[in-house]
Design a protein. Sequence first.
Length: 146
Amino acid sequence: MNELFTDDYFMRKALDEAHYALEKDEVPIGAIIVSNNKIIAKGHNLTETLTDVTAHAEMQAITSAANYLGGKYLKNCTLYVTLEPCTMCAGALYWSQISKVVIAAKDEKRGFLSNGIKLHPKTEIQFGVLENECSEILIEFFKSKR
């Protein structure tokens, strides 16, 4: 049964969230948080909908996961996100002490790594899961805006 719950499987669920954002004309980024092979939180960008610059997909998912778990720490949890988190989201991930972050596509301009930010020392980072699919939705979104 666990062979169903691969990084690809969970990243596709994050990509589904990105599509929900796209339907709302939001920047199509999605995130989910998993604990023990169970999705405990989902999020997608809502910055335009909520008129809130902090309403990034990761922030939505972190808040939802903390509420689900009844605590602020996300130990033994994995975040799947379609684009590399920004510095704000990386800061929240740092303080949450999340165990693992799986990132589809790098963000060379606004991503936390290009800005010299680090996650918690115990947080494992993995890149490249469904990178092409997750990049494509963003490329098409921004082409439509130009």
